[in-house]
Design a protein around this ligand. Sequence first.
Ligand code: GDP
Length: 689
Amino acid sequence: MGREIGKIRNVSIIAHSGAGKTTLGEAILFNAGATERLGRVDDGTSVLDFEPEEIARKMSISASLHHYEWNRHHINLIDTPGFANFLTETRNALRVSGGAVVILSAISGVKIQTEKIWQFADEYEIPRIAFVNKMDRERASFLRAVDDMEKAFGARGIPIQLPIGAEEGFRGVVDLIEMKAYIYNGEGSFDIAEIPPEMMEDAESFRVRMVEAVAEGDDILLEKYLEGGELSREEILQGLRESVITNKFVPVLCGSALKNIGVKQLMDAINLYLPSPLDKGTVTGKDPATGEDKRREPSPDGPFSAFVFKTLSDPYAGKLSIFRVYSGTIKGDNHVLNTSKGAKERVGQLYILEGKKYRPVESLSAGDIGAAAKLKETATGDTLCDDHDPIVFPPLPPVSPVLSYAILPKTKADEDKVHGAIAKLIEEDPTLQFSRDEQTKEFIISGLGQVHLEVAVEKLKRKYGVEVDLKTPKVPYKETIRTTVKVQGKYKKQSGGRGQYGDTWLKLEPLPRGKGFEFVDEIVGGVVPKQFIPAVEKGIREAMEHGVLAGYPVVDVKVTLFDGSHHSVDSSELAFKIAASMGFRKGMAMAKPVLLEPIMAMEIIVPDENLGDVIGDLNSRRGKIQGVEPRANSQCIKALVPMAEVLTYANDLRSLTGGRGIFTMEFSHYEEVPTHLREKIISAAKEGK
Ligand code: GDP
């Protein structure tokens, strides 16, 4: 949009749920004049948390974007979710951010989810500044929050402010660089004053700590400092900026988002210390044709490239692809190449986002975050670029779902619409998955946790008018045999009119696990005529669809047709099919049939202190531990566990580990169900009919 790229900041606000991200975002937008009134989470008037599912839960579910101007800088602000089920949105937001504001609660410090978010920020090397929020609350403690951050993340926190007053009496901050006090007097305005005398000693010692930290990061500054020279204001500011951008330490500020105290100083700090797209420098992708590295300069000139990090799906306006531009400029009514899909896309109107509203713009340039409507092929994680000079940026890492439910549409009308509606939800949220279990015939929705799937159900209803219930999915059991038998299958009907005659001798043998079905024809001398043999195989296959124990499909069986007889007039395909089918069922009942259950291969990462509990719990679920490997502060357990025991594991692991455990699982193989559980499964299956 033709703004100076060095004055752009792309900033995510990150923290656990309830730390005050949205409240802070609202205060920032209000202070900058980007919104006319101060939106409040508690009244449901936030412009950042505007989806009904968010308002109802007072919790951000998806990243939301806004922008503001502050001191001639242009800031794109991303309010991110902090709740475990929705952290993929947070990770994607960080991917396109230049920097982040980490909120620490002055009451509860750092919570578990913040650890994960911090790891994402580490992964993308995102420079951070910290804001200790809720200084106005009872038992608020600034230094405890700083200490918490250092312990939890191994990060170095350097206060560049101190709070003035505490709890009810919290009224402003001391700026350790300017050595001034900012005393707030309501509605976000403040007076500049001298540091209160009783705070002077603390202010001086924290200032020394800050100046030392700055000097340590730069040889020239260090020399000057050690030789007894004070650093100038400019040197401190410059040194702080360098230290933040190179992730040497995290400057810590404080305030109250709710009372709008200290927020303006935080806005100054965002401009001063967080990087612009220029500081981030060139970005690297690949040439889609050769696979070789390709670079892009953060400049509005040069070939256009952008990364789509989010998709919105609006039942009326359609699809909106939200992207960060890395190089070049794109104008509306244009064509771009989607290199991830190998497809050309027509770009119509371009927008920038303001909470739930979109504002049309003519163009978007390097450093900007904006959106285009109705790109047909484009999905979250794709690269868009100039088709004369293609580049593809690394895709987003895959996310594997941890919890599945069967979806039961409430009415026929819901059933007709559910597929299309879920497809739209997945467009917005690729961490949702939808599939049909061929065996159980259930439609299965999978996601990252209980709340994630509940929110999906609510959105189906609100946005697409589709009502469904969630139900624990059925386990796709199978059946097989354990011994070899020989059996006759004969079908004879010879009363009145044309009769039916088919006669087969079958041998049923068990096959190793996973081998499926094998049919062998050993007929000699045409006792079963050639033309009826396919009917015999078909009869067996049909019989195998429903085993004799509980009606589950039969697998891992070899059937040999070795003898039989026929009748020159009455034999028919149908007669042989029925005969073989009867023979198979009779034989299966004789061949010691057993139930098979799916076994999942799981990898569970838990903090050291939960290891014993989690392993104990896995044992009680008939799990077989394959190994335990240490990771940083945590342990990775590999185990094989029956699917029937882990249908709601996402919720169970959450309560076992206070939300710190994570896991993945995938189907591994089938195993025999232990005898003591067999009868229960069989009678449940019969009841279900
Ligand atoms: P988020 O989940 O991190 O976005 O947190 P919210 O912004 O939704 O805030 C969670 C709750 O904390 C809300 O009830 C806010 O009103 C409250 N809150 C946020 N910031 C402050 C603050 O500075 N002081 C006090 N007393 N409450 C706050």
